[in-house]
Design a protein around this ligand. Structure first.
Ligand code: MD6
Ligand code: FE
Length: 220
């Protein structure tokens, strides 16, 4: 019996770039972001240093348990006025930090592998989950153009991604996402309901008790 230094209980499967189908227009790219995860996380830390993670408030007045920030030309924001994309960070009044080229390149590669060549993301939402944090079923529909897919990158603790259908009532698939896994949904799946089950406790070698999810969008 041998042990591979790079395979541990948090992400046991080898990277496999062959798309794993979830639904028409939706795939999982297992481990695509794993080999350069440390460099990707350094880029994310630089974004967080410039635009700190914060808990946004929903239009209904609830504070979200996921901590968020953004990079790129536009950032997703929520407040009493609603959900929208804004070119400036409401905390600073300054533009969001630029999208780091390594993050953009990963999103473009993932989209191309999923059949969406030419994806040009202008927004990257950074989400930080700690154990117990969940994201209820929702559609991503604040973007102007649903012709572009969503690219979602998972780093740190594993999560159970809930991937449903076009109606909220449809029972979602439960997909385990490990460190480095990437999900792409577009085309006929672009408006699929999705969410994240409550994060289980754990201790990730790079991120400790946290999961970071990056979602790349063409927002403007
Ligand atoms: C995920 N996240 O964390 C999927 N959508 O795997 C999302 O679908 C998402 O984290 C909109 C806003 C924030 C999110
Ligand atoms: Fe979403």
């Amino acid at each position: 019996m041998t042990f591979d230094l790079f395979d541990n209980l948090d992400d046991p499967a080898p990277a496999n770039p062959a798309p794993e189908p979830l639904a028409d227009g939706a795939v999982v790219l297992r481990g695509l972001a794993r080999t350069n995860a440390e460099a990707l996380l350094a880029d994310v830390q630089a974004v967080i240093a410039a635009a700190p993670l914060r808990h946004m408030v929903t239009p209904g007045g609830l504070t979200m348990s996921v901590a968020m920030t953004n990079c790129g030309d536009a950032g997703w924001v929520s407040d009493a006025r609603g959900y929208r994309y804004d070119r400036t960070d409401p905390l600073s009044g300054q533009p969001w930090p630029a999208m780091p080229p390594r993050l953009r390149a990963l999103a473009e590669e993932a989209a191309a592998l999923a059949g969406f060549a030419g994806f040009a993301p202008d927004a990257c939402l950074v989400n930080r989950y700690v154990p117990g944090t969940r994201l209820s079923l929702h559609q991503d529909r604040d973007e102007r153009d649903f012709g572009a897919p969503i690219v979602s990158v998972s780093l740190g603790l594993p999560a159970v991604f809930l991937f449903g259908g076009m109606r909220r009532a449809e029972r979602p698939q439960r997909v385990r996402l490990a460190h480095g896994d990437v999900v792409v949904w577009g085309g006929p799946s672009r408006l699929a309901f999705h969410g994240v089950a409550p994060l289980a406790d754990g201790d990730h070698p790079l991120l400790g008790r946290a999961r970071i999810n990056l979602t790349f969008r063409k927002a403007l």
